[in-house]
Ligand binder design. Structure first.
Ligand SMILES: N[C@@H](CCC(=O)N[C@@H](CS)C(=O)NCC(=O)O)C(=O)O
Length: 207
């Protein structure tokens, strides 16, 4: 049995969407961010010392890190959602799975956090400039890469899309990127067309 420890508005959406797509039975344990600090509630530390989400329990083992969870669930229950290691597409797959939580996540979070600070009146110079430069570099690259593509890898839905979808969702609906990123916006619409995506968002909304 799979248990997903799911924090609202978090990377755990990656796992919720994946579980909905693969149709494997699971139990969802919801947690809610603190309204002031936006941090996870302390109970999550009873599950894993970092107190972050996502975390799953699988066959009695506790597993953190969304990338590891995506790879493990796909290997075990949905191998059709990843290229095989001997295929050329596997190299692209590895790069995009890791891009989502590393290269993409840094400028995304910098933009989210600097926007919050600036709304509160904090004067930022170096950080604001750095965030913008990194943002333009990373998402300009992604925008170009997505030209003419429906999915990230091998022209089909893979674990890389489960990883990046969460970031793109935030880019479009939180940061409200628009005109200069038509390919990224179209890519999100391609993901949003999946019934599993829609079910995951409904679960999140009803939490
Ligand atoms: N690298 C980890 C990051 C996990 C993480 O930072 N989760 C955030 C939500 S997106 C969290 O739980 N934040 C609440 C807190 O730190 O209190 C992953 O990919 O799973």
């Amino acid at each position: 049995m799979i248990v997903l420890h799911h924090l609202n508005q978090s990377r755990s959406l990656r796992i919720l969407w994946l579980l909905e797509e693969i149709g494997q039975p699971y139990t969802l344990k919801p947690y809610y961010r603190d309204a002031t600090t936006n941090l996870a509630p302390p109970e999550l530390k009873n599950i894993h010392p970092l107190g972050k989400s996502p975390v799953i329990e699988l066959d009695g083992k506790v597993i953190a890190e969304s990338g590891a969870i995506v790879e493990l669930l796909i290997q075990r229950y949905a191998p059709h959602l990843a290229p095989q290691p001997h295929e050329d597409a596997y190299i692209d797959y590895l790069q995009w799975v890791h891009f989502a939580e590393s290269s993409a996540m840094v400028p995304y979070l910098l933009k989210v956090f600097t926007a919050i600070e600036m709304q509160k009146g904090t004067m930022l110079t170096f950080l604001d400039h750095y965030a913008q430069v990194e943002f333009d570099k990373v998402f300009g690259y992604l925008e170009q890469y997505l030209q003419g593509k429906r999915f990230l890898v091998d022209n089909r839905l893979t674990g890389a899309d489960f990883m990046l979808g969460f970031v793109i969702y935030g880019l479009v609906y939180k940061l409200k990127i628009a005109d200069q990123y038509p390919n990224i916006i179209q890519y999100l619409h391609n993901l949003e067309a999946f019934p599993s995506w829609q079910r995951a968002l409904k679960i999140e909304k009803d939490m």
